[in-house]
Design a protein around this ligand. Sequence first.
Ligand code: KG4
Ligand code: ZN
Length: 337
Amino acid sequence: MYILGIESSCDETAASIVEDGRKIISNIVYSQVEEHGLYGGVVPEIASRRHIDAVSEVVQKCLDEAGMKARDLDGIACTFAPGLIGALLVGVNYAKGMAYAARKPLIPVHHLRGHIAALYLTHPELEPPFLCLVASGGHSHIVAVDNYTKFRVIGRTIDDAAGEAFDKVSRTLGLGYPGGPAIAKAARTGDPHRYNLPTPHTENIYDVSFSGLKTAVINIYHNDSQKGEETDIPGLAASFQEKIADILSENLVNAAVEFGYTKLSIAGGVSANTRLRELIDLKSKQRIKGYSFYAPLMPLCGDNGRMIASQGYFELLDGNTADMTLNGYANLDIDYR
Ligand code: KG4
Ligand code: ZN
């Protein structure tokens, strides 16, 4: 089955056709990152307008690249939640119009389920159940993936998402947007033990909190500036990255041990972080016998249409289609029903 996936939840207008959830046929992305970079973060109003400008062309190019017409598709999937509402509605409405005109099933896809599906595109042999850390600009979840369409949240951030913390710290340190890759780059030449940063505590041990950590880093920088002293930026970036990677990896591996998972995975924009990958691998090796660890290919970590088309296939198999009343939602749990 050929599914077209349309992604427009944030600053990427993307479309892709994927066969049977695993094989990428075509893929087109129009990124707005540079424009938002001028403002140090995503400006929702600009994002919506750029999606409107780009969506028809992106979808048409995606069909052309595959040598297909809308009539050759078996379903049209779109990200319908969560995300920036104005941005989401562009993809949702485009998909609705296309599904109606071509008389194809309309398939709503939850963005975080899409991130997890990036793992199926990378690892053809991977099948649920497994445990996944989904960390993006808006979310940090530990999710039990029971099957392709059934999820249970074991832990989540109680304040900032991991990616959000990277972005805010990067902005303060003058390293630019998006913050994750900028911090990772600065950290390469820094000492990860240069600054002693706090480890936040949460009531549910699988929840995380990054707000205090983010504030601690920002305070170090501001205190230095007030005293006219220079901050060791690579050292601070490395210490911050190390702390976040340590917290996230610790949580994932602890949850895997407690709930008896040997298959661990990560997904979402933050899963591109190599130090995070290293630490999960290292801790799993030490504590989980016969473990396997799955991460998406680098280009599949961030937002893309391929992951939406892939998850769309599994949602369609499960009968999760929508009619023309489909709406977009800024917030929606991954285990919605
Ligand atoms: O999943 P994603 O592309 O978009 C959302 O759904 O939010 O995630 C974007 C987030 C941004 O906060 C970005 O700074 C972060 O992922 N990110 C990283 C890295 N690459 C992107 N964070 C840490 N290390 C990276 N290498
Ligand atoms: Zn995302």
